[in-house]
Structures are given as C-alpha cells and as structure tokens.
Write a protein that binds this ligand. Structure first.
Ligand SMILES: Nc1ncnc2c1ncn2[C@@H]1O[C@H](COP(=O)(O)OP(=O)(O)OP(=O)(O)O)[C@@H](O)[C@H]1O
Ligand SMILES: [Mg+2]
Length: 356
C-alpha cells in the first residue's frame, strides 16, 4: 500500500500537466510542480490560493464562487479552455477539466487537471500568419506575373515575326539573320520560364524539413560556386567555433544564394569588388552569418521596403530574394537584417539557432 501510494505521488509530481486539488470553496489544498510553474508560483505557495484568483473569467462571465456549484451545474463536464492568471498578472490560455474525487472526506474534493496551451496557440498564430503572408504573396505574384511576363512575350513575338519575314525572303544571308532572331526568341522564352519558376518558389514556400547541417561547409560551397570565374575578391572568415545547426539545407542554401547574388550584383557598380562572408557565435546558442560587400550601399528606395516582396530597384529584378530569405530564416527561428558596411557597402546578417 505504502509503495503504491509513493508511486502515485511520484507520478503526480512528475506529470507535465498541472494537477491541483481544491475543496468545495475552490481553495487549493495541494498542487504539483507543473501547476505551480504554470501559474508562476513557488511550489508550496499555490496552496491556499482560490481558483477564482487563478482564473480570469472576463467581464461577461458570471463568477460562480464555489466549485461545487460549477460541477453540479455541469459547467465543467467537458474539457474547457480558460484564461489562467499567473502570479505576475500575465494571462495564459489553459485547458481545464474538473472531476470530483470520490472518497469520504468531511468536505467534497475536486481534482483540477490543467494544460498550458500557450505553445499551441503560438504555433496556430504562426500558421495563420504564414497563410495570410501566402495570400498577400499570391496577389503580388499575380500582379508581377502579368507585368513581368508581358515583356519577354512581346519580345518573343517580335523576334519570331522578324525570323518569319527573313525566311520568306529566302536568301542565304537572311537565313543567318533568321537564326539569330530565333536564338533571341528562345532566350526570351527561357527568361519568361525563369520568372514563372521563381514566382512559383515564392508561393510554394514550404515548412522547413530540418536535419543536422554543417553550416560552414554549406557556406563555403555556395560561395565557391557563385564567385567562380567572376571578378569579385572573396574572403571567407568562418570563425564560429560551433557550426552545427538543425536546418533545411536546401532553404538555407537559397538564403545564401540570394544574399551573395545580391552582393555580387551590387559590386558590379563598384571599383573595389570585395565580398566577405563570415560567421560568429552570438548569445543564446545562436550563430550569425554576415555577408558584407564593398558595393554602393542600399539606395533610399531599397532600404524603405527592403524585405517586402516584389520590391526591386533592378531592371530585371523580381524583388522576391530578400522576402523569401526572411520567411526562411524566421521559420528557422532566426532573424535577418541589413546594416551599412564600415568603409562603404552593405552587410546582410542572419542568425540561426545552433544544435544543442
Ligand atoms: N547587397 C546589396 N547592396 C545594395 N542593394 C541591395 C543589396 N541587396 C539587396 N539590395 C536592394 O534590395 C532590393 C531587393 O532585393 P531582393 O533580393 O529582394 O530583390 P532583387 O535582387 O531586386 O530581385 P530578385 O532577388 O527577385 O532577383 C534590390 O532590388 C536592391 O535594391
Ligand atoms: Mg535578389
């Protein structure tokens, strides 16, 4: 008997749900550590508090004072969501179920089982935000598609018409010109296809599929691939001691490709073309990645709406690179921002949590 009692007590003590015993006046007579933590109390301090002081019932709801009345009215017959009030006044969403403890006691006793819903609510809010971001993005995609695709399609039609005229004339030198016009038409069709592919990436942005990733290796590969054969001086300073992150390698590669691509494009306007990619450990087990260029810096128009989708200052830019990068970094619980580089140019930085 003693052993089974001890086992039961240990089970309640180690439960991740809060378990509270209250008397018929709603006064707490015992609470497990999970319940105390949920309401921000030290373990013993919850005893003696009333359920009324732990629950925020809102203005419209009447306050049935004693639990007995609540149970008898069938108020809690089903699980129910309440606004719990923590000791510091903060409100926490709580799932609550009350049942009567059926053994002889001078007064009736009730077991209240509590579950903190904060994490679930935060996840739901994130999904709602992702959905509304996606809807906004789709509106932008439709507008951009209509606008951007028009140009290569008009050009393709013009090149094809020219080629047709040349073929109709039929001479040898006309055949050469017709071939060139067909090549141009092909380029324009490929460009239209590329626009569609990148816009599709933008709407079809998926939740990350995270695995263990060695960030330094990934960065070195992207940098090497993108700077190869160009006229940009590339400096790698991958100084963070720890570089193991839990991430979707393909998505992080996309962020790096966007940032380095932007830097290389910005450097085309500069005399000194230097690109420095570095990493450093930052507080709270995060790693920061900096992509610094010696380009002309951000224009006023660009900095105003830098991470907004479809904002571009480039003649052929869609303006999806940075907005997609931000969605990816935030889905990895990181942050992304831009600052002026010392001595000219821009530094784009983002953070990612390190694997434990
Ligand atoms: N390193 C940089 N230096 C200067 N300006 C930059 C830099 N990176 C981004 N920008 C500015 O931010 C704008 C938005 O960048 P983003 O990558 O989102 O779109 P984009 O490069 O214009 O088009 P896309 O990436 O879709 O091809 C750019 O048009 C440019 O004006
Ligand atoms: Mg870009």
């Amino acid at each position: 008997m003693r052993q089974s009692e001890a086992r039961l007590r240990a089970t309640i003590e180690s439960a991740t749900d809060g378990i509270v015993t209250v008397d018929e006046d709603g006064v707490v007579i015992s609470a497990n550590p999970a319940a105390a933590a949920m309401f921000g109390y030290a373990l013993g301090d919850l005893v003696g508090e009333t359920i009324d002081s732990l629950v925020d019932r809102g203005r419209r709801e009447r306050r049935p004072r004693d639990l007995l009345a609540i149970v008898d009215r069938g108020y809690f017959r089903r699980r129910r969501e309440l606004r719990g009030r923590r000791r510091d006044g903060a409100i926490v969403p709580i799932d609550c179920a009350v049942s009567e403890i059926g053994f002889a006691h001078p007064r009736r006793l009730f077991a209240v089982c509590l579950q903190d819903l904060s994490e679930r609510r935060r996840a739901e809010a994130r999904i709602r935000r992702l959905d509304s971001d996606r809807l906004l993005a789709m509106g932008g995609v439709a507008r951009t598609l209509a606008h951007e695709i028009n140009q290569p399609l008009t050009a393709t039609a013009a090149y094809l018409k020219a080629a047709k005229r040349m073929v109709a004339k039929g001479s040898e030198c006309r055949a050469k010109e017709a071939e060139e016009a067909l090549d141009r038409a092909c380029e324009q069709v490929l460009r239209a296809g590329d626009i569609i592919r990148r816009l599709r990436e933008c709407i079809a942005h998926r939740e990350p599929d995270k695995t263990c990733v060695r960030l330094h290796r990934l960065i070195a590969e992207v940098c090497e691939r993108m700077a190869r054969g160009g006229d940009v001086e590339l400096v790698l300073r991958l100084g963070a001691r720890d570089d193991l992150v839990i991430a979707d390698a393909e998505q992080i590669e996309r962020v790096m490709t966007n940032l380095i691509g932007n830097a290389i494009e910005a450097l085309q306007k500069a005399e000194r073309r230097r690109l420095c990619v570095s990493t450093a450990a930052v507080a709270a087990k995060m790693i920061r990645i900096d992509v610094a260029d010696s380009g002309p810096g951000l224009s006023e128009t660009a900095s105003a709406r830098l991470f907004e989708p479809f904002e571009s200052t480039k003649p052929r830019g869609l303006g999806v690179g940075l907005s997609l990068s931000r969605s990816i970094v935030e889905a990895h619980y990181g942050r992304i921002w831009a600052e002026p580089n010392e001595g000219g140019g821009t530094v784009f930085s983002f953070t990612l949590p390190l694997a434990e």
